[in-house]
Write a protein that binds this ligand. Structure first.
Ligand code: ADP
Length: 255
């Protein structure tokens, strides 16, 4: 695999207090930098802007009003990019920030422009860091969650793999936080109604989509010929292990 899209969720980037987990972010960026140094093209799709904004403002929870949420996304996006830029620079890498909305994938000319921008960044050796443009996007033009956004990005750049890092090892036969006997499913060759049912429960406190949006992402990725893997962002070296073909997480092989 040569061109890899990695998506990281808020549950991986932030502590349960809502503040950013700097150790985790440092390790993630170091791993991406190492893979870049080995000649792989890396793309990062990152959540966490709201968490970063809440932290910066010293707020404990998200406000209810949409403009306030957007303001916090705007403040937090800068905070998050500052941290990414700092770590990437430390490890000798160049990054580019890309903020997308649904329009960028559904309108043909915008689709082409978004794709060409990403490909040009990769050709320059940069690592695009992508998020949804939450500061201005309203529901009608929203993709809504970064799992689906990452599948759109992986399709856009024709990635060889999409790795979704979460606070859990992969898809289990039931939500392990309520069903301790649940078992990890290591490979899902096809999204059946049974898989959709399993993924139906809510996500963690900090995350948004839970497993449902990851299954939707898998559907998109698989049919675009991109293999997707859900794995735990808490494990150091996880991206390398996935790319080495070790049996970790849940694999959705490309059709
Ligand atoms: P992220 O922020 O990484 O996208 P989410 O919190 O949105 O993470 O989704 C991951 C969470 O989904 C898990 O921590 C778990 O609580 C929940 N979940 C629900 N059903 C399942 C399942 N069948 N297998 C694994 N996790 C599940």
């Amino acid at each position: 695999a040569k061109r890899i899209v990695v998506k990281v969720g808020t549950s991986t980037l932030a502590h349960e207090t809502g503040k950013l987990d700097l150790h985790r972010i440092d390790h993630l960026i170091r791993e991406l930098a190492d893979l870049r140094n080995q000649g792989k093209e890396m793309v990062l799709v990152s959540s966490g802007a709201i968490a970063a904004g809440l932290g910066k403002l010293g707020l404990a929870k998200k406000p209810d009003s949409i403009p306030e949420k957007q303001a916090i996304a705007a403040i937090g996006q800068g905070v998050l990019m500052h941290i990414y830029e700092k770590f990437f620079a430390e490890y000798g890498q160049v990054m580019g920030q890309v903020l997308l909305t649904k329009e960028n994938s559904v309108r043909h000319n915008q689709y082409i422009h978004s794709r060409d921008s990403l490909l040009a960044q990769l050709a320059m050796g940069a690592i695009p860091v992508i998020n949804e443009n939450d500061a201005v996007a309203v529901d009608e033009i929203k993709i809504g969650d970064n799992d689906n956004l990452s599948a759109m990005v992986a399709t856009l750049v024709d990635a060889d793999a999409l790795i979704i890092l979460s606070d859990i090892e992969g898809l289990y036969t039931a939500n392990p936080s309520t069903h301790p006997e649940a078992e990890l499913i290591s490979e899902i060759p096809e999204i059946t109604p049974e898989i959709e049912r399993i993924a139906g429960g809510a996500g963690s406190k900090l995350g948004t989509g839970g497993m449902m949006t990851k299954i939707q992402a898998a559907q998109v990725a698989m049919s675009a010929g991109v293999t997707m893997v859900i794995a735990s962002g808490a494990r150091d070296g996880i991206i390398r292990d996935v790319l080495a073909g070790k049996t970790v997480g849940t694999v959705f092989p490309a059709r």
